[in-house]
Ligand binder design. Structure first.
Ligand SMILES: Cc1ncc(COP(=O)(O)O)c(C=O)c1O
Length: 365
């Protein structure tokens, strides 16, 4: 049985009519950038996430970059980020002229180590970006308490965690601002690039609306030098269709995760924590990861390695390193493996993946 890592055609198949009709509406309207579709998406997202303001932008990377700029972070500032994340988290810090200061993952998982954050604070530190990696919420209680105590801003990178909750609140809405990505492979993915910033701060929201549109305040007045980071109406229209399904899809993702959890029990692999309630990815850890990946690939199962080269080893950030030892991120780079997980993945496919992994440990190990 062939099991692809991701199958967006299968995800879209049951909603193709709705997607075509949404695209048709945009064609009829003749409005392709911003406009009513984007405003409606922003309202619907605000309701869904229970947050005051949503600002649609053209990618998750720009959501992070504009949020940092909106929060007043720039040259001479330091921003604490996990090293074990997609490079965009740290790149956004560089985009505003600040320095990313990397922190290792915690001993027990993928997420930034809250104690490591404290140790990395210097007089130049202005903010921290916890990343809710793979859909798992970072330790927000500790991070928010520390940030309040030390006067730091908190920008949540929720690119991979749409719908994940932390103590009854949606992640992304807990800090000063949160950033989401609508890249097609995300939990809420568009038909191209897209993203959004969420915040409960009205003044920040107004500034972000300007920054995404050339600093424009009115037709003739530009308060700041901003960017062209607007969300397309076609993306907004498609995202509105998919937003109506996202809770059900997240439930299906959890069901598949439960199949994996049961099918992989008692094997020499570390499973994602039980409290992970949203699954952009189901990432296991195995000391023989590379051989396991090859074994699965030879049998038609696609898997992905996140992140074989953590940020602290990327040439792009070589000049920013203040410490060079990140033992837990290095371990994850060696042993993490993401299994196929998406709402349309048939149960039999997940069971098949588990059986193959079991066979690997019986026969190959
Ligand atoms: C953790 C994280 N942050 C930021 C981003 C950037 O989002 P985008 O690709 O929409 O720019 C991604 C996307 O992969 C991500 O996974």
């Amino acid at each position: 049985m062939r099991v692809p890592f991701l199958d967006l055609r299968a995800e879209h198949a049951p909603i193709l009519d709705e997607l075509y009709s949404a695209i048709g509406e945009v064609l009829e309207s003749g409005v392709f950038v911003g406009g009513e579709q984007v405003l409606a998406l922003e309202r619907e997202l605000a309701d869904h996430l229970n947050v005051h303001h949503v600002i649609g932008v053209n990618s998750g990377t720009d959501a992070l970059r504009l949020a940092l700029e909106g929060l007043g972070i720039g040259a001479g500032d330091e921003v604490i980020v996990p090293t074990y994340t997609f490079v965009a988290t740290a790149a956004a810090v560089k985009h505003v002229g600040a320095r990313p200061v990397f922190v290792d993952s915690g001993i027990d998982g993928f997420l930034i180590d809250a104690q490591g954050i404290e140790a990395a604070i210097t007089p130049r530190t202005r903010a921290v970006i916890p990343v809710h990696l793979f859909g798992q919420a970072a330790a927000m209680d500790e991070i928010l308490t520390l940030a309040k105590h030390r006067g730091l801003l908190v920008l949540e990178d929720a690119a991979q965690a749409f719908g994940a909750r932390y103590r009854d609140n949606c992640v992304g809405t807990l800090g000063d601002a949160g950033a989401f990505s609508f890249y097609p492979s995300k939990i809420l993915g568009g038909l191209g690039d897209g993203g959004s910033i969420v915040t409960n701060d009205s003044a920040l929201a107004a500034k972000l609306r300007r920054l995404r549109n050339h600093g424009r305040e009115s037709h003739t007045s530009h308060l700041e030098v901003g960017h062209n980071s607007r969300l397309d109406a076609l993306q907004a229209a498609a995202l509105r269709v998919k937003l109506r399904r996202v809770d059900a899809w997240n439930a299906q993702r959890r069901e598949i995760a439960a199949i994996y959890r049961q099918g992989l029990a008692n094997l020499p692999v570390v499973l994602p924590p039980v409290e992970q309630r949203s699954f952009n990815h189901f990432v296991i850890r195995a000391s023989c990861r590379d051989r396991l990946k090859t074994w699965l690939a030879d049998r038609g199962v696609e898997t992905v390695i996140y992140y074989a080269v953590p940020c602290h080893r990327q040439p792009a950030f070589a000049a920013d390193l203040t410490v060079s030892s990140f033992p837990f991120a290095e371990q994850l780079a060696q042993n993490a493996l993401a299994l196929p997980l998406y709402p349309s993945l048939p149960d039999v496919a997940a069971i098949h993946v588990c059986e193959l992994i079991r066979e690997f440990f019986d026969r190959v190990q």
